[in-house]
Design a protein. Sequence first.
Lengths: 442, 442
Amino acid sequence: MLARALIERKRDGGRITPAEWRSLMSRYAADEVPDYQMAALAMAIYFNGLDRAETVALTDAMLHSGAMLDLEHLTMARVDKHSTGGVGDKVSLVLAPLVASLGVAVPMMSGRGLGHTGGTLDKLESIPGFRTDLTLARATEQIERLGCALIGQTREIAPADRRLYALRDATATVESIPLIAASIMSKKLAEGLTALVLDVKRGSGAFLPDLDRGLALARTMIELGADHGCPVVTLLTAMDRPLGRACGNTLEVEESIMALRGDGPPDLMAVTYALGAEMLVLGGVAANRDDARRRMEVAISSGKAAAKFQQIIEAQGGDPRVLDDPSLLPQAAECELYLAVQDGVVAQVEPRAIGRGITALGGQRTKVEDGVDHSVGFVVTARPGDVVRAGEPLATVFARDRDGIALGLAALRESLRIAEEADPPLPLISHRVTEAGVELWE
Amino acid sequence: MLARALIERKRDGGRITPAEWRSLMSRYAADEVPDYQMAALAMAIYFNGLDRAETVALTDAMLHSGAMLDLEHLTMARVDKHSTGGVGDKVSLVLAPLVASLGVAVPMMSGRGLGHTGGTLDKLESIPGFRTDLTLARATEQIERLGCALIGQTREIAPADRRLYALRDATATVESIPLIAASIMSKKLAEGLTALVLDVKRGSGAFLPDLDRGLALARTMIELGADHGCPVVTLLTAMDRPLGRACGNTLEVEESIMALRGDGPPDLMAVTYALGAEMLVLGGVAANRDDARRRMEVAISSGKAAAKFQQIIEAQGGDPRVLDDPSLLPQAAECELYLAVQDGVVAQVEPRAIGRGITALGGQRTKVEDGVDHSVGFVVTARPGDVVRAGEPLATVFARDRDGIALGLAALRESLRIAEEADPPLPLISHRVTEAGVELWE
């Protein structure tokens, strides 16, 4: 039995050859290798890792288990952004139309929220009529025409990764750097990219809270990209508090629309501009990051970026009027302010508690098959370090009923801490990692 | 999801509580926990181990997932022997009737051969008509009447272990000391034992070739027994060469019958007497090991032990005449001598090559569902250290046809090495391990 021998070898610290990875993953995608063998292998990899050549081979094997977007004929560069996920992270919704409006194609394939972090697909589906389940042919056509499509991982894309990802979630083998990197990269390479920008979150609300693990993922992704002729630039950004103010599907789409209209919260804009600048430079349409930044500011102030989002929404069946009238998005029946209980400094806005709060309100899944109430969530106006007075509003809960309001207030009580003094939060953007190495962000 | 959280905890080096083990294993036995989660857990256990309390709890959980032999009302002590398995290891066939003939009950539940080692059930089924699939009720009745039954693990006994064992085989997680110990002990405790003697094989043909691992298993089993009020004594014995001369089902039954008649090969008799002495002392019918040894010699010379085997065979539907006429066992169509190719000293009789040879001849399974040709195998008369001359017979192949003879001769060529000089083989019995500690065998 081939699979058993490979598990044993990985268990004992040995290496699996590229030909063996190809055979294993194509048989896994074809249901000829059972989940229980793949689960044991994933756990052995969790303990013993994969070296660079193995990670490349696994990525290739998962990539070639399915179809790819065929965008080779496009003259435009194709650059995507991937984030390891966080609470309030709606950067994709702003960034994709913004960068596409400046002449770099963004073939963006996103996931659904699971656990405490949201998913871009769920956010987009707040928009009435918006379809994320385009066929590859239709997504290709849309990218040719508009420079951007915002879609989910179709059944055709990397089916071996799709199956392995669900298995890892059920077997506590998600947190393995080479498995994470291979999973992300197999999907991103299927988009036919010429370059990729990666946003690795750090801090308590991040999937990999620890800086060293975040840097390790960045380096692995950069190596994987280099070995596939797809340059990867990574920024490490803060997820010890939510990004922006809105947390929850409708609320985040509203905030994204505000951002595209030039009225986004400063932290969201800073991260968006920083990632966008990398995309535009990698895409060859900006000379340097300062130049890229100026172009993005113009695209927003001129309304070009917002218009691009409107075109994308219309092309994917959504109601384009939401750009001018966000009240067309599903609205929560109840809302209530959360007030500071004492004078002091905001010492903490813990993002996991907010994320779990959204789940408690019905706005995120605990199981893949769950439905989502797009209307619910939080707007958290308090930021770490703010000086506040008792009775001052810190946040708002949006819920479907009074029970939801109570759950939401409880989540805010858990998340928000006011103290006499506060440690400084993590720098919003702390490191930039490229093939040349790690540099501290100025 | 409970199982996922337990996998994660074990992965991170934490402990699983007795209540959690009970819940997990009863749900696994009821098919409510999928194999892929159990496979990931088994691999995490492979890396991070189980402590003494966890091993006890897992054993209990597997034991109580099924039924037990109810032998509490017996006045006789109930003592079984378990071996970690080897090539030519037919000790059970001699030992069970021998010890039972001396007034200690032996409720022996054995397995089938898989891989390079044989299984007691397959050997017994060489005897025409012999049934190993007794119900628990019938086995209990036979033990009450004859002091011994030789049966397989029924569906009622430790179903969680049964399922986990098959899974471990397919996922390269067999070689974990706590999982091995819990698996053996859950079945042995289901026999309602008052004590257990363990034969841990060491050397190239053993399941755990390494002495340290063998000693670790011995200590874990002794602790497990102590925590269940079932004293365990372990002997470490040599498996760098086959035990006795016969290797193969019919051939081993023939050799066992010879041994019960007082004509067994010296190494087989030495191991049988050593293990039997422990059983008789633990069973309270002998004052010490010397006394036990004398009683066993009398049981053999008087014909009492052979008569007991005959009764057992008859009770389990087998043809009792095989005791007097072993030619009633299935006989191979072809046999051929294997001759020394040069003068020298026998430097090696490698048991794994012999075991694989039996499998190649059709005498052992590679898959659980395979059938077995009982007639085939080897009689290896050469022992490590023997001085031999070119052309002298070293072994005989028994096969169903000429192709089998060729396969068998090839296996012998691989196994037997003649050199100018030879390192001494492992001592036949090297260590005795009890709750008091490890002593070297004199």
